[in-house]
Design a protein around this ligand. Sequence first.
Ligand code: UDP
Length: 383
Amino acid sequence: MPLRIAVVGAGFSGAVVAREFAESGNHVEVFEVRGHVAGNCHTQRHDSGVMVHVYGPHIFHTQHEEVWNYVQRFGTFKPYRHRVRAMVGNKAYQMPMNLGLINAFFGTSMDPAQAERFVADRTDSSITNPVSFEEQALTLVGRELYEAFFAGYTRKQWGVDPRELPASILARLPLRFTDDDSYFNHPYQGIPEHGYTPIVEAILDHPNVTVHLSTRCSRAELQSYDHAFWSGPIDAYFNFEHGRLAYRTLDFEPEVVAGDFQGCPVVNYCDAEVPYTRITEHKHFAPWETHSSSVIYREFSRLCGDADTPYYPVRLVKEKAQLLEYVRLARAETGVTFLGRLGTYRYLDMDVTIHEALKTARAVQAALAAASPVPAFVVDPLG
Ligand code: UDP
């Protein structure tokens, strides 16, 4: 007997669960408040012909072969290696931190072993259990590199002192004692040939899936379905009854320039005095294309207001306490499962989102088939 399933949100989370249920013969309705699918991964061709990452840079990278194989089913991914430069003062460095950056910054010509010892001598060995972003940086790279490359950028990006942020944010960035300047370590990396939006459209393109764009769906409206998935903000589901969970949002200042502006996709501006965090030059995300002009975005980070697009969950002590309240409410609710960046209030990369959505869809299908209680979360948002 086919089930009637509702899915709120048409980003990767919503699209993947919708597809899984549709492929097992169920009828799925997807509700998306925006006028397009793909959430913050949405891409769009600019008048100049350049493919623009409308909500900022998105590079697909994963260690999960299953996720890599999954996305290939829905479009071609072109080989892509992400490279980033970082400006400190008026000098440009390769990011992430590698042998080239260390030698350029300290004016040395060390080999890998010398550089490793040199950096180790600068780290703070009195910190045995780094908890904050700052402590993590001081134990890993020492004060000079931390102050130059991380402290200012991180304050601009997160709006708080790095002593208040968790160490996990820094763990996103590699530290290497070689000249490898690839931004990510993952074995599978690429960018969709025609952007992310056609990939998500293809995931949703199934006879058992109906997508309603520009359509809000409330908790009450979900009651009539056999089961619902909520990948929108968890606080919005509960009408913000414990207050709004804080996010950082981004503002982009676009400019069209002739030729090549910076020669690479992303340049980070690490100094606190520069008001933007980075400049993205979109045509470099598609090195297989040729464009005579270029679209650049200067990126500014600020606290997300009620009408803004949420990007990065803040997740400090106050928000974690609030999240706990929402998790309690969600666990007391029946007939709905929360997932994704907004549904679980976590800083997730695209591949993790897909991996978790596949896992969530399978666990919920198994529970429904066994007539057992369906979990509110398949992945613990507090874990
Ligand atoms: N970061 C930094 N300086 C840099 C790049 C990153 O301090 O030049 C810190 C900053 O706190 C940022 C985090 O590392 O939020 C993660 O960086 P990533 O490039 O992964 O951020 P995303 O692309 O997800 O915004």
